[in-house]
Design a protein around this ligand. Structure first.
Ligand SMILES: [Zn+2]
Length: 119
């Protein structure tokens, strides 16, 4: 997705705050007509979700923390869609890692059940 300078109309990168051609500061209008300066900051929840998901894989709190990581990442993704913040990569990674964590938990659980039946 790209955007255009509101002053000179040149194409800019989405994360640009200032136009590289004329130096114009990007001010975008929201749906209700409110003028908002585009700030390229990373969504904190996206980072939190990523860290929680990753940590749950590493410390083997299978399931519980993975679910928290997935929820945080999903909320972060919807926030990023609205606010245009950066950190989408973190949110997506958190979501994927969280899902992997749950799959591992499920497989481990299944393995334990099978094991207990065969013994
Ligand atoms: Zn410009």
């Amino acid at each position: 997705m790209s955007k255009y300078c509101t002053k000179c109309g040149k194409e800019l990168k989405n994360e640009d705050i200032f136009c590289g051609y004329c130096g114009n500061q990007m001010i975008e209008e929201t749906e209700d007509g409110e003028k908002v300066v585009t700030v390229s900051k990373t969504n904190g929840l996206a980072v939190a979700g990523f860290v929680v998901s990753l940590a749950s894989l590493l410390i083997s709190f299978w399931g519980i923390t993975s679910v928290v990581g997935i929820i945080l990442s999903a909320v972060a993704l919807s926030q990023i869609k609205k606010t245009n913040e950066s950190g989408k990569g973190f949110a997506l990674a958190g979501l994927i890692i969280g899902i992997i964590g749950i799959i591992i938990m499920f497989v481990a659980f299944l393995f334990l059940v099978i094991l207990s039946f065969t013994m």
